[in-house]
Design a protein around this ligand. Structure first.
Ligand code: HEC
Length: 159
């Protein structure tokens, strides 16, 4: 059994190296497409978590626990924004993206805006933890505003 496990482990490790090598063989266009997919995945997660919060402002039943949980998730995911946008400068590649070119001349400001989102998400979660509906829903504007504030400067206006 021990032998089997160590053989299995070496296969898994070999598989990981293979995947890493395959990554190196990607064309620059494929690398750019992968970088776009990664960052859009992060933004999709943000949307997934803010969705039910926005629904509560539109008449869905207030759920303080869900609000707090999703707010904390947003605060936890938001630090990845700078990472995924900084991971690859995709300017000049033939890819579909809503990310504006000026992002890569302004990564410091991207970080500032990501930090603003983290702060807003933390304030929102704290309000939700208090269980007060008015205070919680009142904090949604700043939370959503932190998303919109970055989109206004750095995302193509296509939706
Ligand atoms: C610091 C900047 C920044 C912040 C903050 C930010 N976004 Fe974005 N967002 C972007 C950029 C840039 C794109 C375009 C990514 C691309 O197409 O490559 C984007 C794209 C998106 C998309 C489209 C993803 C897709 O599938 O194409 C959604 C949805 C989204 N953001 C939601 C949010 C939500 C919700 C928040 C707040 C909780 C948020 N974003 C905060 C910069 C930001």
């Amino acid at each position: 059994m021990k032998k089997f496990l160590s053989v299995l482990a070496s296969f898994i490790v070999a598989g990981m190296f293979h995947a890493a090598a395959a990554q190196d063989e990607l064309t620059p266009e494929q690398q750019a497409a992968a970088a776009v997919a990664d960052r859009q995945a992060v933004f999709k997660m943000l949307r997934f978590n803010i969705g039910p919060i926005l629904d509560m402002t539109q008449g869905a039943p207030f759920d303080a626990e869900l609000a707090e949980r999703n707010g904390r998730r947003i605060a936890a995911i938001a630090p990845m924004i700078s990472e995924v946008l900084g991971a690859m400068d995709t300017r000049g590649h033939d890819i579909e993206t809503a990310a504006l070119d000026l992002i890569w001349d302004n990564l410091d400001d991207i970080e500032v805006k990501a930090q603003a989102l983290i702060a807003a998400a933390n304030e929102f979660s704290a309000a939700a933890a208090g269980g007060d509906m008015a205070a919680t829903l009142g904090a949604v504007r700043a939370l959503g505003g932190a998303c919109g504030n970055c989109h206004e400067s750095y995302r193509a206006d296509d939706d």
